[in-house]
Design a protein around this ligand. Structure first.
Ligand code: IPE
Ligand code: IPE
Ligand code: MG
Length: 237
């Protein structure tokens, strides 16, 4: 296999363009979501092969609840079915699965399934795959702030640090993304990991998510390897 020089520890992906992919083929939008699951599987294998430790996906935003009821319920059903369908391959591949977001808005059935698959894969030590479902960055910062407010109420001398806020986010303990990829040509964050992307490198790909496979991921990693991350300093050291 090609020797890729700089492998991001955490790659995060805003999977976009499923609806347009379907429309281009005269299909219903949901066909794009179905094909998008195949992209997730392929990209997960590729990321695992090159030694990525965390691979996360924006699967459903808080704002996506505003889509037509039919599409929302189809997506919820697709999440449940895919979790079940992919479980064996995840276990075999050493994948630890985590689902992060506003769990209170998910059905009891989906929540139970998530608990079950998270504990079944908890021993996966090759790669952690994170699905953000019913997630938004502002919601995450707000719920972390509420925790800080409680601590402050209990102890007025407490002076919160940035680390304290990070520790209250749903991503606590997970390194911030090194590389964020958004597909389909859109160049915005759409309320994704607002706090966690403070120093993330962004790669925007014109490819629609259902067409985004191994080679496209490797291209993004090559692009990442050419970047000079300076973190506000002069020379990257
Ligand atoms: C991304 O594809 C999947 C989700 C947001 C759930 P879209 O459904 O946003 O597809 P486009 O952007 O309409 O093409
Ligand atoms: C962002 O895509 C959300 C996910 C990929 C889950 P959207 O398609 O919802 O974003 P906008 O509306 O184009 O910003
Ligand atoms: Mg979209």
């Amino acid at each position: 296999m090609e020797n890729l020089t700089k492998i991001p520890q955490h790659i995060s992906i805003i999977m976009d363009g499923n609806g347009r992919w379907a429309r281009q083929r005269g299909k219903n939008r949901v066909e794009g979501h179905i094909e998008g699951v195949n992209s997730i599987r392929d990209v997960l294998r590729a990321a695992s092969d090159i030694g990525v430790r965390y691979l996360s996906f924006y699967a459903f935003s808080e704002e996506n609840w505003g889509r037509p009821e039919q599409e929302v319920s189809f997506l919820m059903e697709l999440f449940a079915q895919s979790l079940l369908g992919e479980k064996d391959e995840m276990l075999a591949g050493g994948v630890r699965l985590r689902i992060l977001g506003n769990r209170a808005r998910l059905s009891a059935k989906l929540n139970a399934m998530i608990d079950q698959i998270e504990s079944a894969t908890a021993g996966g030590d090759r790669i952690t795959m994170i699905l953000f479902i019913s997630y938004s960055g502002q919601w995450d910062i707000l719920q972390a702030s509420e925790k800080l407010a409680k601590r402050l109420a209990a102890d007025p001398a407490f002076v919160p640090t940035a680390q304290d806020l990070s520790d209250g986010l749903v991503t606590a303990g997970i390194p911030d993304p090194d590389l964020l990829i958004r597909t389909s040509g859109e160049q915005r964050l759409s309320n994704y990991l607002l706090w966690q992307c403070a120093y993330t490198e962004f790669v925007f790909s014109p490819v629609l998510w259902p067409d985004f496979r191994r080679e496209a991921l490797l291209d993004a990693v090559r692009e990442y390897a050419r970047r000079d991350r300076r973190y506000g300093k002069i020379d990257g050291n």
